[in-house]
Design a protein around this ligand. Structure first.
Ligand SMILES: [Mg+2]
Length: 412
């Protein structure tokens, strides 16, 4: 079973997606997600110029060998562009292997470890009434776990808030806190750490008072804090029993998490911008986190993220796979198959894609009682309608950036 054709398909139904489509000489088709939010075309070039010529004529069954060939052969290791490109190839090969076997991918990974995957959604509001509406709306959609982000008094625009929900550029589609905005230049947001640290505990106090003690609540600090600020936030949120505090520091400096851990029992989730197991080496070994946040799409595919999660399992660290709308339905399906199979599943991030995206990518996953299931179709269970995809050419979009009151650029 040889790889006969490799196409890189860029489509922008509600936002930009990059998909690698492999076809074997016996006619099986495999899809892999290569979407790198805000830098999509870099992965397109990497795939088209450097990877596609290497794939033609290769044995489609040799997933591990192909992974090692692309990773070691490039010499220039790691990094989001390289690892997203390798992820796309890896995921497409798992899709093909599933179709060749007549089995859903999770069966090839060892079979189901559970009946469905608990998923969390993103509630947000500029103030408490808007936030409460958003939480109620998510619960009505069936979510049993909720990420909570709010505005901070005095700040105009910050990550995580659906303030631009119906902007013209997004053609009226509400993406809760979708940070990538279509346009020539990135949006500028503002930030004040002291104001944030004062405000957020009052928000969680109000949410617990309104919605009770049972609802799992999550929060994303989005890399904006120093270790001592993160420690203070974790400590101040302890009375509200968070499921996790996410990306409390940038975490490139892995040992910084030791300081946070010494001060708080709030569980920590990190890793959506990490690409390899080596980014996690110290924080897993020293048990400095509780959840691994990587995406299949950004971390070398199913093959490599499985290795990260197996390493994490030795330390009772669980999965919390990245899954906002910047992961295509193909990347989401890969996450669901992997999450269903591994023993140390924790929770799955899940935002709904727009209607146009669902027309381009036909999916077979199910969503009921707050849980996701990848379905029983052979392979990943996602089809790409190439004609539909062709209606939506790439649109330039940037992630925002952030400045402090004195003009200093800050993590957004
Ligand atoms: Mg995050």
């Amino acid at each position: 079973m040889l790889i006969d054709r490799a196409e890189v398909i860029v489509t922008s139904p509600d936002r930009n997606f990059v998909t690698l489509r492999l076809t074997t000489d016996d006619g099986l088709v495999g899809l892999g997600d290569a979407t790198l939010n805000g830098r999509e075309m870099a992965v397109v070039a990497y795939l088209k110029d450097h990877v596609v010529p290497l794939l033609l004529g290769r044995d489609a069954h040799r997933i591990e060998d192909t992974w090692q060939f692309l990773y070691r052969g490039a010499y220039w290791r790691r990094g989001p562009v390289t690892m997203a490109a390798i992820a796309a190839v890896d995921t497409a090969l798992w899709d093909i292997k599933g179709k060749a076997a007549g089995l859903p991918v999770y069966q090839l990974l060892g079979g189901a470890s559970r009946d469905g995957l608990l998923a969390y959604g993103h509630a947000s509001g500029r103030d408490l009434p808007e936030l409460f509406d958003s939480i109620r709306d998510h619960r009505a959609q069936g979510y049993r776990a909720i990420r909570v982000q709010t505005g901070v008094p005095g700040l105009k625009s910050i990550y995580g808030i659906a303030g631009n929900a119906t902007s013209e550029a997004n053609q009226g589609v509400r993406y809760d806190h979708e940070p990538a905005q279509r346009g020539a230049l990135p949006n500028e947001e503002d930030w004040d750490t002291r104001g944030y640290l004062r405000h957020i505990p009052t928000v969680f106090e109000a949410v617990r008072a309104e919605f009770g003690p049972d609802l799992p609540l999550l929060h994303d600090a989005h890399h904006r804090l120093t270790p001592i600020q993160a420690a203070k936030l974790g400590k101040s949120l302890e009375p509200y029993d968070l499921f996790w505090l996410e990306d409390c520091t940038p975490a490139e400096n892995q040992e910084a998490l030791r300081l946070v851990r010494q001060h708080t029992t709030t569980p920590l989730a990190i890793g959506e911008i990490f690409n390899t197991v080596w980014d996690y080496q110290q924080i897993i070994r020293e048990q400095l986190i509780d959840y691994v946040r990587s995406a299949v799409t950004h971390t070398g595919g199913i093959t490599h993220l499985r290795k990260v999660l197996d390493y994490a399992a030795q330390y009772q660290i669980k999965s919390g796979i990245h899954g906002p709308t910047d992961i295509s339905p193909v990347g989401m399906a890969a996450a669901l198959h992997l999450g269903l199979a591994v023993h140390n599943f924790g929770i799955q991030e899940y935002m709904r894609h727009g209607a146009r995206t669902d027309e381009v990518f036909q999916q077979s996953f199910t969503w009921s009682n707050g849980r996701l299931h990848p379905g029983e179709e052979p392979g990943l269970g996602v089809d790409l309608d190439v004609d539909e995809a062709g209606k939506y050419p790439y649109v330039r979009a940037y992630l925002p950036f952030n400045r402090l009151a004195d003009g200093t650029v800050h993590d957004w």
